[in-house]
Design a binder for this molecule. Structure first.
Ligand code: FMN
Length: 209
């Protein structure tokens, strides 16, 4: 098993997944990694929905795909590549994003990360669930499974939460489509670290980098 730093540095968004089943034993390890995360006041208001039912996944994929057509696709075609990327790489990213859009429901297992966060969640609500989400992404990588942190469905959050049967006061924050990857892990494309680290005051270079 790779060490933690290797796991983090090769944990790419794995959007091309095989439909082959993933043993429950591995999914349970991933869920445990999620539950080990911190939450504000250790309140643990998370709920993790394991979704395998093809009909449920397909219903959600319809919204996920609609959002690609409405916002994500047009944004990719008009925006500049992010730091550490280039036009060719960005084009490949968009192709992978489109692939996942079309095959979202074919991932054998989804983990939907939800929070019982009340009717009007505030600005910090997500901080009590995204640690768990990241732990689960890292656990997938450590086990050789592919996943991608996806939040696009929240563009139709009410509709999608209704498909999952969420009660009032609970919301889904991320969907992790999980499966065996078709491609390889890593390396990641990121900009230079020294461009995003300041010392003492915003904009002042951090001397150690
Ligand atoms: C908050 C958040 C939301 C994201 N939502 C989606 C999504 O809905 N669909 C998707 O394909 N990727 C999604 N991603 C994945 C990012 O696009 C991905 O992490 C980024 O491009 C870096 O990819 P890399 O880690 O492979 O370099 C999301 C990532 C984050 C952090």
């Amino acid at each position: 098993m790779p060490d933690l730093f290797e796991t983090m540095s090769t944990m790419r968004a794995m959007r091309r997944l095989k439909p082959d089943p993933v043993p429950d034993e591995l999914i349970n390890k991933i869920l445990q990694a999620g539950q080990w995360a911190p939450s504000g006041g250790n309140t643990q208001r998370w709920r993790f929905l394991v979704v395998k039912d093809p009909e449920v996944k397909k219903k959600v994929q319809v919204y996920y795909s609609r959002l690609y057509d409405e916002t994500v696709g047009p944004r990719y075609s008009t925006s500049a590549p992010p730091p550490g990327s280039d036009p060719e790489r960005y084009k490949r990213q968009n192709a992978a994003v489109k692939y996942l859009t079309d095959h979202y429901h074919e991932a054998p297992v989804w983990i939907v990360a939800c929070l019982e966060d009340g009717e009007n969640p505030g600005r910090t609500a997500g901080s009590s669930i995204y640690g768990a989400v990241q732990n689960m992404c890292l656990a997938c990588r450590a086990l050789g499974l592919g996943t991608t942190l996806t939040t696009r469905h929240t563009g139709y959050g009410k509709e999608v939460d209704a498909i999952f049967g969420l009660p009032p006061g609970a919301h889904s924050y991320a969907i992790l489509p999980i499966g065996w990857p078709m491609g390889r892990f890593g390396p990641l494309g990121r900009g230079p670290l020294k461009e995003v680290v300041y010392q003492d005051q915003w904009g002042k270079p951090y001397a150690s980098l």
